[in-house]
Write a protein that binds this ligand. Sequence first.
Ligand SMILES: [Fe+2]
Length: 466
Amino acid sequence: MSRRLGACIALIALGSGVLLLAAVSLYRIDAAVSIARVPYGIWLGLVFWIALSLAGSSLAVRMPGGSLVDVSFAPIVAAMSVGGPAVAGLTALIGTTQRRELRGEVPWYGAVANHALIMAPAILGAMVLQEIPGRQLAVVDFLATLGAASIFFFLNYMLAATFLSLRSGKRFSASLRADAGGWVSMLALAPIAWLMAQMYVKAGWWAVLLFALPLYTTRLAYQRFVEVREMFTETVRSLAEAVDKRDTFTSGHSHRVQKIAMDIGKVMKVSDDELEALEWGGLLHDIGKIGVPDSVLLKQERLTRDERAMMNLHPVLGAEIITPVHRLAPELPIIRHHHEWFNGSGYPDRLVADEIPRLARILHVADAFEAMTAARPYRMTPLTPQQALVELRKFGGIQFDPDVVDAFVRTKWVLDMPDPGRPEIRELPLIAQVAGQLAQAVSTPPPALDAGTIPADPSHSRPATA
Ligand SMILES: [Fe+2]
C-alpha cells in the first residue's frame, strides 16, 4: 500500500466515523422505520434494511474497470428516506459487507475503504434529505429523495474512482470513465428506492420484498454487460493471436506492440480514449494479414514486386475487416495507416507528416521497434534494443515521426540507454508531398513503393515493420 493510498484511506475512514457519530447523536431515528408496533420495532426495522442491503451486496458484479457494482444502492437510499442519517449510515456500514471480506480475501484496509466510501456519502445524502421541507407532499418527497440519492451516488462515485486510481496507478479520469455505464445505471435505481420506502411505510415490510425481482433483473443486466464485454475482448485477443501464430516468427508480436504503443502514448499524454484506441489498435494492426496467402506471408526469400504489393495491401484489408465493427471505429485510422512514412513514401495512402493520424505514427514506431528486436527469417539475430534505438533515431524524420521517437526514448523499453539524439532536421521531400496529395485525389490506393526508395541500410532491405 502506497503512502498516498494509506493517507487517503485513513482520511476517509476518520471522516466516515465522525459522520456516523454525528448521525447517531444529532439525528433522531424516524419512527417510520419501526417494522411493527412491537418493542424494539425500530431495531427490527434497521435489521430489515441491513439484511436487504446484505442480499444486494452478496450479488456484486466486478465491472471491467475493476470496481464492484451491486444493487444495495436501492435499499440504502430507501433506508435513508425512511429512517434518516443514522439508519442510512448503519445500513451502509453493515449492509455492504461482502462474503469475500468474511473469508479474509480482502485486506483490512481494503475493507475499511469499501465501507467508508459508501457510508460517508450515504450519511451526507440523508442529512441533506432531512433538511428539505414539505416532504409530506409525495412529489416533494420523491424529488428530495432523488436529490439525496444523487448526492450519495456522486460522492461515492468520486471517492471510489479516487481510491481505484491510487490503488491501480491509473489516471483519475480513466478510473472515472472505466465503469461509468454501470455506475450511471445504478443511479437509475433511485426511483425504485423511493417506491420501496413508500411501500414500507404505507403497506408494510413484506411489500418491499416485491422489489426483489426488478432488483435481481437489474443485477442480471450488469452481469450480461460484463460477460458480453469479456467475450468481445477475448474474441479480439484470439483474432490477433491467430494472425500472429500463422507465422512462428511473429507469435506474440501484436501483444508486445500493444504494450510499447501504450507506453509511448502515456509519455505523449494522449487522452484516455486514444490510449484505449492504441490498446485495441496495437492488437489488431496486422489483422489484414488474414487476407495475405501463406505463400507470400511465410516466404523466406525476397518478395517479388507483385508479392510485395499483395503484402502491402494488409493495412487496407485490415481496415475493411474492421469497418463493420462499430465499436472499433477509433482503431480504423491506426490499422489503415500504420505503415505510412513520415516523409510520404509509406503505404497505402502516402500520407505525409501530420497527415498521418498521430496514433498511427505512434504504432509505427512501436511496430518497428518490436520487429527489429525480434528474430525474423530474413534476420535470425535480432537487433539489441540499443541498436534498434539507433535505427529509430537514424530514420526519424524519414520513416518515423521524430516527436514520437523522442517520446519512445523516455519509455522503459530503452530507458537509461545511450540516446544518439535527433539527427539533423530534414526537409520533407517535395516530391513525396506531391505524391501524397495525388494519391489522396484518386480513390484506389497506389501501388506501394518498395524498400528501394529509402536510404540504403541493411536493416531496411525489407521494411523494418512486420
Ligand atoms: Fe503491418
